[in-house]
Design a protein around this ligand. Structure first.
Ligand SMILES: CC(C)(COP(=O)(O)OP(=O)(O)OC[C@H]1O[C@@H](n2cnc3c(N)ncnc32)[C@H](O)[C@@H]1OP(=O)(O)O)[C@@H](O)C(=O)NCCC(=O)NCCS
Length: 291
């Protein structure tokens, strides 16, 4: 028989395999922000796990997972209700960040069934194997210009870095925080993160992070706006494919493009979709608790 109950942070450790790798490490640390944990067991085995957080005073459904054999019996709904009952009464709104895969609409339908609505679509998300990436005619889609230099992100000299930082700080250049490279440094993958220099200036980059044992996340890829028309980001992506192949650690990658970079988003939908394992949209779902 399945039983659901709230968990302390210490008890929640046993449920770590039922959430994203990115949250597992956080589970082991003392809570940086208030969190609510709910778990379900069947015959002593964890079968469902939910995390609700209250970052910056808001209510976020951080993670909800029901093991495949226990789905479609109301368990997900009961777990969600437990989190909502804990946090809903003290919050006006709840938020959940979900990538809605074209081939798997179930989780989005589940949320809508429980009174959540889809808000902003933030990014196109694409999952591809390295093997499939080698079938894309990258060279025919865009080339580097003579004089452009492609190099590892860690090898970008101080001068170009400092000039880009200064342009960002002074407001001479405005970048959406999903593509601003410096905030993604530190934990980046050194073997595959790359940069593009032109005339001594830093004009493009792809910053990557290991996501799980199989998957490298191309977290942030960008070329400065004047260059996007000429397909200048293509050589950067091809370079990451080559570097990821040589590193031979991750069999595939997840790649995101902000919706407010329409040319890159269209490129993902039109050119990459045929080669992708799946394509989806990173969406924000919200629930209004004032009604
Ligand atoms: C989304 C998830 C939590 C749902 O758990 P669950 O135990 O199946 O949910 P419930 O049984 O309470 O609710 C089922 C209802 O949600 C909707 N739903 C859930 N999965 C669905 C699917 N694959 N296709 C269509 N509708 C689906 C339906 O309305 C369904 O009602 P029905 O079974 O009467 O048709 C579970 O599928 C899961 O863990 N998925 C993987 C992790 C994930 O995507 N998490 C994001 C959570 S928002």
């Amino acid at each position: 028989m399945v039983s659901i109950r709230p968990l302390s942070q210490a008890e929640a450790q046993a449920y770590a395999p039922l959430t994203f790798p990115a949250y597992r490490a956080a589970l082991a640390r003392p809570a940086e922000r208030p969190a609510v944990y709910v778990g379900a067991m069947d015959e002593g085995e964890p079968v469902a796990f939910a995390i609700g957080g209250a970052p910056d005073g808001g209510f976020e459904l951080v993670s909800l997972y029901v093991s495949p054999l226990h789905r479609r019996h109301g368990l997900g709904g009961a777990m969600l209700a437990a989190i909502e009952n804990a946090l809903g009464p003290t919050h006006r709104y709840g938020a959940h960040f979900l990538t809605v895969r074209e081939d798997q609409p179930g989780p989005a339908l589940f949320l809508v069934r429980h009174g959540w609505r889809q808000g902003a679509v933030r990014q196109v998300v694409c999952r591809m194997s390295i093997e499939a990436a080698h079938r894309i005619p990258w060279r025919g889609l865009g080339r580097a210009r003579t004089g452009d230099t492609m190099l590892a992100w860690d090898d970008v000299p101080a001068g170009p870095r400092d000039r880009l930082k200064a342009a960002l700080e002074s407001g001479a250049l405005a970048l959406h925080d999903t593509v601003e490279p410096f905030q993604y440094e530190g934990t980046h993958d050194r073997a595959t993160s790359v940069a593009l220099l032109r005339g001594g200036d830093l004009v493009g980059w792809v910053i990557t992070h290991p996501l799980d044992a199989d998957t490298l996340r191309w977290t942030c890829s960008y070329v400065l706006p004047g260059l996007q028309t000429a397909g200048r980001v293509i050589p950067l992506w091809w370079s990451v494919v080559e570097r990821q192949t040589a590193a031979a650690r991750h069999a595939g990658f997840i790649w995101t493009v902000p919706m407010d970079l329409p040319r890159m988003a269209a490129f993902a939908r039109e050119r990459l979709r045929p080669h992708a394992d799946w394509l989806g949209y990173a969406c924000t779902f919200v629930k209004d608790f004032t009604r």
